[in-house]
Write a protein that binds this ligand. Sequence first.
Ligand SMILES: [Zn+2]
Length: 129
Amino acid sequence: MAIPNPQTDWQFEASASVTSDIDYRRAWKAYAIRKNIALFLLYSWVPLCFGLFWWSRLSIHQPLASLLVMAIWLSAAVAAIYWAGETRCPRCRRRYGALGHRKGDTNLTRGLFDKVCANCKLRKFEVIP
Ligand SMILES: [Zn+2]
């Protein structure tokens, strides 16, 4: 039988799933929700740290509790980023927003900020009729 080839296997998977009627819009919507949750948790972590630091310093005087909240928030952000990265590309079913799939790029242009599928070059939020 044919030897599995990661370079071309997606084409067979894609052509095999044409009849199964992929819902691109729903897949992208799910991805957008995950991505927005991940980015919200990530970007809100910095103001949260500043806020907790000053709140603790000026008012509640609970530095350990504040640190604990910061740590929990950061782990939630990391978990959400991982969760968003686990989203499958609607065409080739490979992990879409995950790190470590392309060579020669920095991490800043990969992961959640990827514009194309590293595997089948499907553009983000592209809908194939
Ligand atoms: Zn793909």
